[in-house]
Design a protein around this ligand. Structure first.
Ligand code: NIG
Ligand code: FE
Length: 421
């Protein structure tokens, strides 16, 4: 299977320096180092970018060969960017919580709604009843939508089971989807998303560590672990216990921290060497600096405060100015039902002061470094010879268009490992 893209417009390669490392500060907006002007072409063989060069030259070299196994696309000057890496999703759940919007407008908070049986618990009830086939069907449809919106790599959390059987069911569904689907899926065990009705928090943490985690680990179902570390859910001490227990099975963590208040969660994530601290809307500047030092990614999820009606006050510019590594992701979940990275890009640029190239780095190269290690092979998230052909043909001659169509789709074609999705 070979692919030849000709007459490509500008290309955001994002391939400066060591592509296994995230970009920070001014390096995130260095157009000369990160982008190529129009006129190039891309030749792909076996899912890998084999040649990135002048379009006419490539046309001459490959276009006249036996075309049986070669797909040729004339891009007509359209811009190309790397496929999106959505590093935080709650992909798998059943049910519907559309009623919570009106409850919020009547003055109830996220915690109030949870306390009266809505929120995570409501989704747990419906998800426990879902069969494996149903979960696969729901997940498959969601993955197809995300891929159409440009996502070529996705993280997928469990967390709506809260019992051994149902958490294993969710992770198994996730792993089956990873095999079946065209895009890459990386699974995260989020047994500590909430406390089930039939246990106290301490009892549940004990069973997470002594029962759930060992089974998840033995069956090799999760690449990462996660905890909803937030006052009212899991404490810093409980989070540490779970993270350390997972570490003993060689499962690194990515954590929900400081979503509603500064609970010192990002500091803990950094101290524990978590791959990423996610949400981090209320973390202190000190914790952010500490995360930058220990290599813990700050992953902002602007769709969630947007949907909850909270102020969008994420310090993205502060991160750029201080050269702190950060990413952006969707947080797709029953409360925040958007799988659209372009929409996240719109929030980051139209509302939070990033320029489109900085935001693009934060949804491609930077999150890729948290999901894939260089020992697993060539990293996605940037475009270069020898790297994976995960790329998006935009519906515009401008790279910057990728985040400027909120509510619409800026992607003309999604290409994963050299195949059109
Ligand atoms: O990341 N905050 C914790 N978990 C999800 C929301 C879960 C839910 O409301 O169902 C989040 O926003
Ligand atoms: Fe989340």
């Amino acid at each position: 299977m070979r692919l030849l893209l000709l007459n490509v417009g500008p290309i955001a390669t994002l391939a400066s320096g060591d592509v296994n490392q995230p970009l920070t500060g001014q390096d995130m907006s260095d157009v000369d180092a990160l982008c190529l002007p129009g006129g190039n072409g891309i030749y792909v063989e076996s899912g890998i970018i084999s040649k990135l060069d002048d379009s006419e030259g490539l046309s001459h070299e490959f276009g006249k060969q036996n075309t049986d196994s070669l797909t040729v696309i004339d891009c007509n000057g359209k811009a190309i960017i790397p496929g999106f890496v959505d590093s935080h999703t709650h992909l798998l759940w059943d049910g519907d919580r559309a009623d919570e919007m009106t409850l919020r407008l009547s003055g109830l908070s996220y915690a109030d709604i949870a306390a009266q049986g809505g929120g995570i618990q409501k989704t747990v009830n419906s998800t426990r009843l879902a069969t494996m086939d149903r979960l696969i069907q729901l997940g498959g449809k969601r993955i197809a939508r995300a891929a159409g919106l440009g996502t070529t790599t996705m993280e997928c959390k469990s967390g709506y089971g809260l019992s051994v059987d149902s958490e294993l069911k969710l992770l198994e569904a996730c792993n089956r989807l990873a095999i079946e689907s065209q895009i890459d899926i990386h699974s995260t065990w989020l047994g500590a998303h909430d406390v089930p009705k039939d246990a106290t928090c301490d009892q549940y943490v004990e069973s997470l560590i002594s029962d759930q985690l060992p089974k998840v680990a033995e069956q090799g179902l999760a690449k990462y672990s996660d905890v909803f570390c937030e006052p009212g859910w899991f404490t810093l001490e409980q989070t540490e216990q779970i993270v350390q227990a997972a570490k003993e099975y060689n499962i690194p963590s990515r954590l929900h921290v400081d979503e509603f208040v500064d609970g010192n969660g990002l500091q803990l994530a950094s101290d524990l060497g978590a791959v990423s601290g996610d949400h981090v809307g209320h973390s202190s500047s000190q914790a952010r600096a500490s995360a930058a030092n220990t290599g813990t990614m700050q992953t902002f999820l602007p769709g969630t405060p947007y949907i909850l009606g909270h102020d969008l006050e994420l310090p993205l510019r502060e991160c750029v100015e201080n050269q702190w590594q950060f990413s952006l992701a969707t947080d797709f979940n029953p409360n925040c039902r958007s799988l659209s990275i372009p929409f996240v890009g719109s929030l980051a640029t139209h509302r939070l002061g990033l320029n489109p190239l900085e935001a693009l780095v934060a949804v491609t190269r930077n999150p890729a470094t948290t999901l894939i290690s260089s020992s697993e092979g060539e990293l996605a998230g940037s475009l270069r010879e020898g790297g994976p052909a995960d790329l998006l043909i935009l519906d515009s001659n401008y790279i910057d268009s990728w985040c400027q169509m909120p509510g619409d789709n800026p992607i003309s074609s999604t290409i994963k490992s050299g195949s059109i999705v």
